[in-house]
Design a protein around this ligand. Structure first.
Ligand code: GLN
Length: 156
């Protein structure tokens, strides 16, 4: 597998199903061997090493040296959209859709922040071949994050 996108959804369910169907261990092995993975929203939670506000027993695949907090903005009704300046992607700003989104609360030294909200909360990161965003770039027709990820796949 050249690369994997883990989309939004519900991380606790993805976790349960990936373990029940024997997918979690092969995915962990692929991540450790350098397979590029892009996680959006629940996908970001899946590739985080540490999950805050997880449900009881919830695990992640890990790989990204971050602590991510689930549902950090509140319930579905607190979903929102905003424009983000993302230097790695250049102008114009990225219109970002947050749906019951997580935030990155803490990150290790090897993690690069790609985007933050105006209050400083981190919502996009990368570490080697792993890319993660709290928001859903597939909702807007802006393909720059997809292209950014494909460049990682190509060079891996
Ligand atoms: N709140 C969800 C979770 O914990 C993520 C929501 C989403 O992917 N849009 O997994």
């Amino acid at each position: 597998m050249a690369g994997l996108v883990i989309p939004g959804g519900e991380s606790s369910v993805m976790d349960k199903l990936s373990r029940a169907f024997g997918l979690a261990d092969p995915l962990k092995a692929a991540i450790s061997s350098g397979m590029p993975v892009y996680g959006t929203c629940a996908g970001l939670i899946m590739i985080a090493d540490r999950v805050l506000d997880a449900i009881a027993g919830q695990q992640s695949l890990g790989g990204l040296d971050i602590s991510v907090r689930r549902n950090a903005f509140g319930s579905q009704l607190d979903s929102f959209e905003t424009d983000l300046d993302i230097p790695a992607l250049g102008a114009p700003p990225v219109h970002a859709v947050f749906i019951r989104a997580p935030i990155v609360e803490e990150a290790g030294a090897g993690v690069r922040t790609l985007a933050s909200l105006s209050d400083g909360r981190v919502v996009a990161v990368e570490q080697g071949n792993l890319l993660g965003t709290s928001f859903h770039p597939e909702m807007t027709g802006d393909t720059r994050f997809h292209e950014y990820f494909l460049a990682k796949v190509r060079s891996a």
